[in-house]
Write a protein that binds this ligand. Sequence first.
Ligand SMILES: [Cu+2]
Length: 500
Amino acid sequence: MQDTTHSRRQFLKAAALSTGALWVPRAQGSSQPRASAAPQELSDSKSADYTLRIQVSPVEIAPNRIISTTNYNGQFPGPLIRLKEGQPVTVDIFNDTDVPEQLHWHGQTVPVDVDGAAEEGTPYIPAHGKRRITFTPGPAGFRFYHTHNRGGANLSAGQYSGQVGPVYIEPREQPSNYDREIFLVLKEFEPTLSRGGDMAQDFLPPVTLKALEEKGEAAMKSSLAKGMSHGYEVGYRSFTINGRMLGHGEPIRVKPGERVLFHVLNGSATEIRSLALPGHAFRVIALDGNLVPNPALVPVLWLGTAERVSAIVEMNHPGVWILGDLDDDDRRHGMGIVVEYSGQKGKGEWVKPAASRWNYLHFGKPTASSPPPDETFEMMFVKDNAADEGFNRWTINGVAYPTTGEMAPASFHLKEGKRYRIRMRNASDDIHPIHLHRHSFELTKISGKYSSGILKDVVMLGGYQEAEVDFVANNPGLTLFHCHQQLHMDFGFMTLFDYV
Ligand SMILES: [Cu+2]
């Protein structure tokens, strides 16, 4: 059994290295017998199912373009970790760096001790030390792991580094309507700070609220009157998919008629990403790893920081194409990967797609069929321009999470088994990818419209917009809630739930 697992892992690594894409034929993911595991092997204190090493090493993102970054196992992205829902797994995490680290299992319903967030009380992986963790993976679907350290003004720390890797938790029953899977991790490198800069949000439904806009503009005016300019934003010099800049990795090689399931992860610290493949459409079957009630066809994928989209593309338009970001500048600096049909040659063609909008509700049920909540929490998100040494400070209901490393008490209190609604209002012009740890939430109201059946762990909240998500308190312990934009979470945009 251990040999089988080992060889499969070797295979995955070889596949990742040889194709530039993390690809897995479908049968390979579902045909591994695991029931015959010898118990003495599993209890062997010397062998974990997976070993992750946090280390600083060179990563070649294009020929002779070599960056140095903290990563997992000397590679970017970190190795694809394939788990089985409900089957316990042991992971050894070594930290070869000089700073204590946190490794967060994003999107999994794990206990506080495992989750990987100091704010919840997860122990650090000591500098030059090790932690062994054992947990039961779940829920099934596309998850990931990443550092949960604060970056602050240090643009080599936190998720500005290369500490991102994909996780796939195999469901008990595999969907069968595709031929193979390809994992894509989108990630920028070489960050720099700049003052100001706006993120266009014309890809979201245009439903800004006047009251929020007035509140945001009043805050802006008062900070400008005090002489404070716009706070810092982060930009990047290089852009990669699976650690390679566009044109510098192996292409994704496809055959006409093939149905490819793409698992796309936005591993960015701060950016919202888009993805299109000229002449093709994406059938979105899962958001953040959770199957959607209505798998709709879209021309472009949009992903906030830490979001995942799983989508099937039918390869029915032979040629050599660029699967890339809509932003010309970012794509020219590397945010893309070539898709090459068998028998076709060439450089990779890009065609700008027609304008479209990204609306989560396309993939849900257009009715409010979710049960009513036992309690609703109101949350208002506000930006204090450049208020923290040139960085924007963020508050939830007037409170910024401390940036000093001290532990903050929980602001919201849960009772196990109850259903809660969070009504979020964004009084800023920024888009916030809002994340809840250790739980999934259901989108119940987005852009003024009701919905049900879409389960996620990150949701983009547009500038001056509001949204409602529901979750069931089913995983006791401190639970972190934060914006996943590193600049926002590092400067106050976090709060905690606890169970009473
Ligand atoms: Cu944010």
